[in-house]
Design a protein around this ligand. Sequence first.
Ligand SMILES: Cc1ncc(COP(=O)(O)O)c(C=O)c1O
Length: 380
Amino acid sequence: MQFRDLQRQYQALKKDIDMAMLKVAEGCNFIGGMQVKQLETELAEYVGVKHCITCANGTDALTLALMAWGVGKGDAVFVPDFTFFASAEVVSLVGAAPVFTDVKKETFNIDPCSLELQIQKVIDEGKFTPKVVIAVDLFGLPAEFDAINKIAQKYNLKVLEDGAQGFGGSIYGKKACSFGDISITSFFPAKPLGCYGDGGAVFTDNNQAAVLIESLKVHGKGENKYDNIRIGLNSRLDTIQAAILLVKLKAFKEYELTAVNSVADRYTAELDGFVEVPKIEKGYYSSWAQYTIRLENKEQRDELQTALKEQSIPSMIYYQKPMHMQGAFKNLGYCDDDFANAWELCDTVLSLPMHPYLSAKDIEESTKLIKKYLNRRKDI
Ligand SMILES: Cc1ncc(COP(=O)(O)O)c(C=O)c1O
């Protein structure tokens, strides 16, 4: 069993993917081919925003958004303490200060109460100016954008939706990657919509931001790429990746997104009552970048992972460490025991195999083993 079975996906889509790649090789438009524009149009339409600008990866997409807003030295950017490193790395990269906030255990996403407390703290201390909140759609579930956007308005902050894991999710039908002033996603191969290497995209309704990001991603180009009017990046999505993504987007829309939701429903039906299963609030829809259960404590989680491994069932711990404990952020002045929920999640989470091609037999095999392990522990 594979944790995310890209082989099975390739076999299912082989004919179309091979043809799409061959067409790029034959056309030799490796950079900026027509597939890139077509993908941007289709992605913007799917997400329901005016502009989609593809780029080299999700980390660059976050960086481009912060650069477009001129975020830098003296600015505070609020980031959940439980996420992938890149969500906060980009803040330091542009010279601003990441300020961490706790998350909710049930959704894994930013806790609006903790966010407001941290904003107040920054204002009271007076060292940094609050500028942006980066709200992450962790494991595929959109963050609580109603509450987050209200807080952002109250304190005049921009919202940057980190939808690297969230593409395909929605809240009452409104799609992930449309909730921020600027939103982004990643096409890293294991993401809900992944390419065959690195890739990313920025989404926005704001015309001015779109023009700036188009320039920033190509060395700060002006009239053309040899007219350079600002400092930017080299961050383009290769034509071959766009061609692959066009095939995969079709499958994603036609059946893959519903397939991962069926897998999640099966897991939940089997495991609810045995472990803490992911809770999806009314109106929310996840794209299930991960299906993550919570165990009672670290010992139980680690033992269960070993038991699964012994039967060749892969599982992952996303994430081992809260952000504020990462070596790179040691100098920010946090205490080791800050952010109780993020800490508890790091000790208790376990992500199970999840992808659209996971069979009922695979699900049965892993859930049976999990229940057997938990029952045995109860008997000790
Ligand atoms: C939440 C989150 N943000 C940002 C990124 C960065 O995306 P990429 O790997 O495409 O740079 C990732 C990728 O793993 C992620 O999971």
